[in-house]
Design a protein around this ligand. Structure first.
Ligand code: ADP
Ligand code: MG
Length: 311
């Protein structure tokens, strides 16, 4: 009885097999990306090398590249969901390198972003806010939205960008605009963080020595774009005002890190709020110092209009 090896040898040399093999090889070589790769590396690649690497080339051809053949990440058709191959030459053979595909990159960046925002006490629903949902006929919306668009456009090119200080009464949509800015920035790949100030201050107060809070203060200081929501709605001790808020703002000023604010107060009302500490001390100079930093960091825009929460 002939050995299995002989059988295989005969089969591989048979006319039918050779024809199928050559057909497949031709199909693979005529794939647009493969052709470009072979052309680019023609000095390093010969037929022998193609024969040896045909399995890898076949795998490459059957995978989707740059999300071209997948409708979304869930329906990614690749062997490793969310990863797409590039052809490379490794030790005289053609090999594949798998990297995250564009959709997976965007998904991961988004997840990272969302987790940062979530941990700072802002309701997740605010992440559904988009600039195009803002009614430009309402007072000052056009001004706010065009300043936001300028900001997003110039981010990364101009390192002295001012944020906005959006003020106005309860329910006019200040926090909503912050959510929309965060989304615009996320689309550009810029990390931002929304922090609801009253809750942040409360938590700092109740657990001063907590290690995770130090980490949070540090994250707030260093995030590329910070949004402090509802400043002035908290009750702040002198220590919180000068050593925490003051130092966060000082750091961001020196490092040219853009900062946005929302408040029910205009600048002079906020200064008044910051002047009177919980202990009843009157500290005008220290309040002025915080205000100088806020003015340096942000352009004030008043938002008027109806209270949307009563609808
Ligand atoms: P503020 O921060 O000024 O108190 P919010 O931003 O919280 O107000 O807005 C109040 C409510 O109205 C929220 O439920 C918010 O989602 C909704 N809202 C605000 N602006 C818009 C908008 N342009 N389109 C749809 N809903 C909005
Ligand atoms: Mg708000």
């Amino acid at each position: 009885m002939e050995s299995l090896q002989n059988h295989l040898k005969q089969f591989m040399n048979s006319k039918g097999f050779r024809e199928t093999y050559l057909n497949l090889k031709q199909q693979i070589k005529s794939d647009k990306d493969v052709r470009l790769f072979l052309e680019k590396h023609k000095n390093q690649i010969d037929e022998h090398m193609i024969d040896r690497s045909l399995g890898k080339l076949y795998e490459f051809v059957t995978q989707s590249k740059f999300c071209r053949e997948c409708r979304n990440l869930d329906e990614c058709k690749n062997i490793l969901k969310g990863y797409h191959p590039t052809l490379i030459i490794e030790r005289k053979t053609i090999d594949l390198k798998y990297d995250k595909c564009p959709r997976k990159e965007a998904y991961d960046a988004r997840k990272k972003q969302e987790s940062l925002i979530k941990c700072m006490y802002v309701p997740k629903e605010i992440l559904n806010a988009h600039l195009e949902d803002i009614d430009l006929n309402e007072p000052n919306r056009l001004k706010a939205v065009s300043l936001v668009q300028d900001f997003v456009e110039q981010y990364g090119q101009n390192d002295r960008l001012k944020g906005l200080y959006l003020y106005g009464s309860f329910g006019v949509g200040k926090t909503f605009i912050l959510g929309a800015i965060a989304n615009e920035l996320a689309e550009k790949g810029v990390p931002s963080m929304l922090v609801y100030v009253p809750e942040f201050v409360r938590e700092l107060k109740s657990a001063l020595q907590d290690h995770s809070l130090n980490e949070k203060i540090d994250a707030v200081k260093k995030i590329p774009v910070l949004m402090l929501d509802d400043i002035g709605a908290e009750s702040m001790s002198s220590w919180m005002r000068d050593d925490i808020l003051g130092s966060i703002l000082q750091f961001r000023m020196l490092e040219n890190l853009p900062t946005f604010f929302t408040s029910n107060f205009n600048f002079s009302e906020l200064e008044h709020h910051l002047t009177y500490s919980q202990k009843g001390e009157i500290e005008q100079l220290k309040a002025k110092r915080i205000m100088e930093r806020i003015r340096f960091l942000a352009i004030p825009v008043e938002l008027k209009g109806k209270n949307r929460r009563q609808e």
